[in-house]
Design a protein. Structure first.
Lengths: 316, 479
């Protein structure tokens, strides 16, 4: 029996040590969220869904606005539509800030909508942010234990995979026939998209079909609007808030216009002054999109720069 | 409770500590603990169905006592009949009633007779086919005077509900497992280390091979009309390994877990895909069920005695019952039929030019040909096992062989995961091939501790890297 206990303890230590090492290896390559859960609190933040996560680059904003610590704290439509769960995560993230912050909140018709006949609370319980208490710990064991849906060995494997994919971009991209992604140290989700135009077309069609379906199955949520209103009030008490509507593919924009024609008016109603709403959809034809919904990297840099200039012009 | 769940990872060490440290020399308390733990294990899924296990246990316990004490053959037979009717009645009600009603309605509608019988729409209780067969083996063995009826209800209830093998086998014979509940337990380190290695290997098979294969199996089988040739063959090939790794993985974990508590369960798989004939395959696949049917159905029917016709009839019957045992669907019936045909064809002696050329091949070549041939026909039969209807299975086979260019491969997505699934599967086949003379591949007692622990560690790393960590039940839970 003593031998069995001894060997069990050795195995347990080995298993625990392996997991601890792997936890320290976790970073932006781990998945499309983890890096955002380990960044220190910041005064300058970007909020929104995947459009903002891939479309607003903190490094560009820092350069143009003379800041140092812009962070992208935007997730996905599933995880960060406006609602109690996202607001609580944001409260947590800005808890140490008193004033002087810059907050960019990306909005679109989907992030203030809900599925018809389903409650917001039910939908948001599936968010990656739900039931997470800490967003600034490295390693974030809470996230890895409750939210990371793979074995922790995948952390090391993903690191290796991304290294190979990045170093042989063209060849491997064709092999995997699609995008792979990595979160930068500032929380920006960098997507390396497929170079195959037929694949892009396939993805675009899939996205448009998906959103067309959403437009029939979703509706404006007063609960989400209320949450967004409260979020703006909260952020206003700690700094300047700019709401931004990012450009999307023209077909996607048409779907959105058809779905919620008065979206811009609804957003303006939430703001004290019109100047804090920056609608960038007038430049939709000037950018490239990876799937009709998300900006291509180069376009994201351009949009971030344009946004920074607009903020500069309107901040006073 | 699933073996591949956090709940079980907490449950198992807890019961182990209570069993060996709190009641180390108290057999009765240990059996009571195992019984309680087993009911908890099963009730975790749905406590309402505990009543069925309790019913089956008490019925067979009383039937066994009555059969043993009764002197008159008619009464003995009556008691056995009560046990068989009770157990088969449970199966018929919960598993087959709706199937027979719907099949009857369909058959009559073909004849122009429209009837509308009520179906029960009952949930299939997990593992019902396993524990009813296990308890029936007890009544039959007592009736045949192969064993004495047990006097302890607790021992018997612990035997019926023994959690390592309760929901998906191996289906233990009462004559083998029940006496183990009557013996004092002694802790052997060799049992502990073998049990732990079996659990590790079972987990690897389940969550690395079976669950990754399942992603592509589902994708290909659910959209089979989009594919052709080799892609469909890959779908069937992956399913062959999914079901093998899923089920044998469960058996390995069950055998390993039982060993931790000092119980020896029967071996359920013996590298079945390395069989060079169908008869060998059936001696090595789901051994506990095949041997159950052999002992309690095939031999009582007359076995291989009597005329050739009777023998063929008995074989056909056993395979069909075995097919239907797996589920209430005609696809399982066809699957059983196919195996019966394979089995009968393999017993026909042929003498032609091909055979004479074949006999000149070296032994290794003949063996390899036999293995590939057996694997191929078994894989084709799996299509009927996996497809939801016979017409879809037939369509799948048609597209596999007759649509377009066979080698036109359409790789399913995600492609990177598909690539490592195939690499892992090939590695797994090679590792099993090299270990085929051992009881299981992680039986490494002949190597130094450094080699042993290195291999265990690599398997562990593969599990935490490529394992699937969603909620994936074992396939055989449905049977």
């Amino acid at each position: 029996m003593e031998r069995a206990i001894y060997k069990t303890l050795v195995a347990f230590v080995l298993v625990a040590a392996t997991h601890i090492i792997l936890a320290f290896l976790a970073d932006g390559t781990t998945d499309q969220y983890y890096q955002k859960f380990i960044l220190p609190n910041s005064k300058n933040l970007i909020f929104g869904t995947s459009r903002a996560s891939q479309g607003l680059n903190p490094t560009v904003l820092n350069e143009c606005l003379g800041k140092q610590d812009f962070q992208n704290f935007a997730f996905t439509l599933l995880s960060s539509p406006f609602g109690e769960v996202y607001t609580n995560a944001i409260k947590n993230k800005i808890s140490t800030i008193d004033s002087g912050g810059y907050f960019i909140v990306a909005v679109d018709p989907w992030s203030i909508s809900k599925w018809k006949g389903k409650s917001v609370a039910m939908a948001d319980s599936r968010s990656i942010l739900s039931e997470i208490e800490h967003f600034d710990r490295k390693p974030n064991l809470e996230y890895l234990w409750f939210k990371f849906s793979y074995g922790w060995g995948m952390i090391a494997y993903r690191k290796f995979e991304k290294f190979v994919l990045k170093s042989n971009h063209r060849f491997f991209n064709r092999q995997v026939n699609g995008s792979f992604a990595e979160v930068n140290r500032d929380g920006y989700l960098r997507v390396y998209p497929s170079l195959d135009s037929s694949f892009v077309a396939l993805k675009e069609n899939r996205t448009f079909g998906e959103y067309l379906k959403k437009s029939k199955e979703m509706e404006l949520s007063s609960e989400r609007i209320e949450s967004l209103k409260k979020l703006i009030q909260l952020l206003n008490s700690k700094g300047k808030v700019f709401l931004v509507r990012l450009p999307v593919h023209e077909r996607m924009y048409d779907i959105e216009k058809h779905y919620m024609n008065d979206f811009d008016d609804r957003i303006l109603e939430l703001l004290a002054e019109e100047k804090y709403y920056i609608n960038m959809t007038d430049s939709i034809f000037e950018h490239t999109y990876i799937d009709g919904n998300h900006l291509y990297y180069e376009s994201a840099l351009d949009v971030s720069q344009r946004l920074a200039f607009q903020i500069k012009a309107r901040r006073n | 409770m699933l073996f591949n769940s956090i709940e079980f990872a907490i449950f198992l060490p807890l019961i182990f500590v209570l069993y060996w440290f709190i009641f180390p020399k108290n057999r009765k308390a240990q059996n009571l603990l195992l019984m309680g733990a087993s009911y908890m294990f099963y009730g975790w899924w749905d406590w309402r169905f505990l009543g069925l296990i309790l019913f089956s246990s008490i019925l067979d316990f009383l039937a066994g006592k009555f059969i043993e004490s009764s002197k008159r053959p008619k009464l003995r037979k009556a008691a056995l009949s009560v046990s068989l009717i009770g157990n088969l009645g449970l199966l018929a009600t919960f598993k087959y009633y709706d199937f027979f009603i719907l099949s009857l309605q369909d058959s009559l509608s073909v004849l122009g007779v429209a009837i509308n019988l009520r179906t029960l729409n009952l949930i299939l209780p997990v593992g019902i086919s396993f524990y009813t067969f296990q308890t029936m083996s007890y009544s039959i063995d007592v009736y045949r005077r192969k064993m004495n009826a047990t006097k302890s209800l607790v021992d018997f209830m612990a035997f019926v509900s023994f959690f390592p093998q309760l929901v998906a086998g191996p289906i233990e014979r009462a004559s083998s497992l029940l006496p183990q509940f009557g013996r004092e337990r002694v802790f052997y380190y060799s049992n502990f280390s073998k049990g732990a290695a079996l659990i590790l290997w079972g987990l690897f098979k389940k969550i690395v091979i079976a669950d990754n294969a399942a992603i592509y199996v589902n994708q290909i089988f659910d959209n089979y009309e989009l594919y052709q040739g080799i892609t469909l063959f890959i779908g069937a090939f992956l399913f062959a390994f999914q079901i093998y790794c899923d089920f044998s993985g469960y058996s390995d974990i069950a055998i390993g877990t039982a060993l931790l508590f000092g119980f020896e369960l029967m071996r359920n798989f013996d590298y079945p895909y390395f069989s060079s004939s169908i008869s060998a395959f059936w001696r090595r696949w789901h051994i506990s069920l095949s041997s159950w049917f052999r002992d309690y159905l095939y031999i009582p029917l007359g076995g291989s005695r009597g005329s050739g016709f009777k023998r063929q009839r008995n074989i056909l019957l056993v395979f069909i019952v075995s097919g239907i045992w797996h589920g209430a669907n005609w696809t399982f019936f066809i699957w059983g039929m196919l195996h019966a045909i394979y089995y009968q064809l393999s017993s026909i002696r042929i003498d032609n030019r091909f055979k004479r050329h074949f006999m000149r091949l070296p032994q290794k070549g003949k063996e390899m040909f036999g293995i590939l041939n057996t694997f191929f026909v078994v894989t084709i039969a799996w299509i009927f096992f996996r497809a939801p209807t016979i017409s879809e299975a037939l369509d799948y086979v048609r597209l596999l062989f007759f649509k377009g260019w066979f080698f036109d491969l359409h790789v399913p997505t995600p492609k990177a995961q598909f690539a490592y699934t195939i690499v892992l599967l090939i590695g797994f086949i090679i590792f099993e091939w090299c270990s085929r003379n051992k009881e299981f591949p992680l039986e490494l007692s002949m190597y130094s501790w450094k080699v042993r622990w290195s291999i265990y560690y690599i398997v562990f790393l593969l599990i935490i890297t490529f394992g699937f960590y969603g909620e994936n039940e074992f396939i055989y839970f449905a049977f």
